[in-house]
Design a protein. Structure first.
Length: 230
């Protein structure tokens, strides 16, 4: 029998494969929206949330695309098997930790915006330097460009949207991280596949012929060798 190429066994159910594919597609959509918001709206005035969300979103999108491409090219020989789950464990861990950092920065930026609205709009401008707002003995740095930015409803809405998509991306990739741990354990516990190949006959010049008087097998006397010692 000639050896035939066979598909590797699946390590996840069909329903989970569909769910994982859905999560990865949702991750790509969230990355695209986050990139658009970070670059076009919040990246201005030196206080854009995109300082962290842009590189994190790009990293998440690149890894997700790599997984989808791997699934596509393995759809026949190894359906449902993408990048090794052991690699997913390490990369997904890094990604959702990076998303936590981006989320923390976005929340701090939102708190800064909220705290700046009152002094920038209600405090008196310093006559010597219009970039500072004062109240009694307290001064607050608030340039006109920054005041216009925080008063823009689209800017505040964009920051809130980025925070929401950061949370959603973190939940998606934390789920994928946990599932990668499960798949790694299952894959490591699989029995290695043994490939059987047909035995090839030896060439005629290497075959050993035995005299008819010598037994080829079974019980019987073993022929003795004669040497020059007698």
């Amino acid at each position: 029998m000639d050896p035939q190429r066979r598909s590797l066994p699946q390590i996840s159910s069909r329903s989970w494969q569909i769910a994982k594919l859905t999560l990865q597609c949702a991750s790509l959509v969230c990355c695209a929206i986050m990139l658009g918001l970070s670059v076009s709206t919040t990246w201005r005035g030196g206080a854009g949330v995109g300082i962290l969300t842009v590189p994190v979103a790009i990293a998440v999108a690149v890894w997700t695309i790599a997984e989808l491409v791997t699934l596509f090219f393995r759809r026949k020989n190894a359906p449902g098997r993408g990048i090794h789950p052991g690699a997913h464990v390490g990369v997904q861990l890094i990604l959702f930790l990076a998303l936590i950092l981006a989320l923390f920065y976005s929340v701090m930026l939102w708190r800064s915006v909220q705290r700046s609205i009152e002094p920038c709009n209600e405090w008196t401008r310093d006559p010597d330097n219009s970039n500072w707002a004062t109240q009694d003995t307290t001064s607050y740095y608030c340039p006109e460009s920054y005041r216009d930015m925080i008063n823009d409803p689209s800017y505040r809405s964009s920051v809130q949207a980025v925070i929401a998509f950061c949370v959603l991306l973190w939940a998606i990739h934390f789920t994928l991280f946990v599932r990668a741990c499960v798949e790694t354990q299952r894959r490591n516990s699989e029995t290695p596949a043994i490939m059987m190949y047909p035995q090839q006959p030896w060439p005629a010049q290497y075959q050993q012929s035995y005299p008819q008087s010598y037994p080829q097998g079974g019980s019987g006397p073993t022929p003795m060798k004669h040497t020059h010692y007698g």
